[in-house]
Design a protein around this ligand. Structure first.
Ligand code: BTN
Length: 246
């Protein structure tokens, strides 16, 4: 059930491609795989209610509209895993540096964030009607407000056309989404865990109890993160409860 790689809708400027996609879903039923891109976002949204900032035309800002099959409603995090694998794979095609997934679905190169994913779901009553998969990939931007951000051009010293990256992203997302629709949840989870940052090394995490030194054990079915502290205590967290200290 590969989604058709639709011709992307390119907007010069919008508030947020995710918002644009959600508006389209309010007024109709766009084809599965509809892909909305913007050269600039005035209100780009990130996880944890953060803003996603990106200089005009330097990076890829894109949202895909998907209609997850009914059976998948019990495991919404699997879609997040499929999207993270697709973005990781896409970036790996443009660099020789190791590319990792940081829970829940940030993409890191050399420990710095190169891409982020924000999935917004639309429910009709209790059924999962649609998912907007918003993806931001840093491509040609060289200066960032935060120390732990990077881009393809910073790591490769090359300028890349965001439209070329988009073509590969569409193909990879379509392929991973097919696996998700075919209920390949166990293999998706296995591959996600193989690429997961912090499983073999101790890192500092900010929690409500203060800073802890810990190693990632796994991501549970409901998307919660399980850590093992340096004192061998197992703890689980949702996104609002823990943060990696870079
Ligand atoms: C994160 O915080 O890591 C998620 C960032 C997601 C950013 C993308 S850019 C395209 C799409 N539109 C948005 O407003 N956000 C997502």
């Amino acid at each position: 059930m590969q989604f058709v790689q639709n011709t992307p809708i390119w907007l010069k400027e919008t508030d947020s491609t995710n918002k644009e996609a959600l508006r389209m879903l309010k007024t109709g039923r766009p084809a599965e795989g509809t892909c909305i891109c913007a050269h600039f976002q005035t209100e780009g949204k990130g996880q944890r209610s953060n803003r996603w900032l990106s200089l005009p035309s330097e990076n890829l800002l894109v949202s895909f509209i998907l209609y997850p099959p009914i059976h998948s409603a019990s495991e919404p995090f699997t879609l997040s895993m499929a999207a993270a694998l697709a973005v990781r794979e896409t970036i790996a095609e443009f660099t020789n540096h190791p590319v990792e997934i940081k829970w829940p679905n940030d993409i890191l190169v050399s420990g710095k964030k190169i891409a982020g994913i924000l999935i917004e779901n639309q429910w009709l009553g209790s059924s999962w009607h649609a998912a907007v998969v918003g993806i931001g990939i840093n491509i040609n931007q060289k200066k960032f407000d935060v120390e732990h951000a990077t881009s393809l051009s910073l790591i490769n010293q090359l300028i890349v056309d965001p439209k070329i990256v988009l073509l590969r992203l569409q193909a990879n997302l379509s392929a991973q989404y097919t696996r998700f629709c075919k209920k390949e949840h166990a293999t998706l989870s296995l591959e996600y865990h193989e690429q997961l940052f912090g499983r073999k090394t101790l890192h500092t995490y900010q929690t409500a109890q203060g800073l802890i030194l810990a190693q990632v054990v796994q991501v549970l079915h409901d998307g919660r993160l399980e850590l093992r502290s340096s004192e061998d205590v197992h703890l689980t967290f949702d996104l609002s409860e823990v943060r990696l200290v870079y």
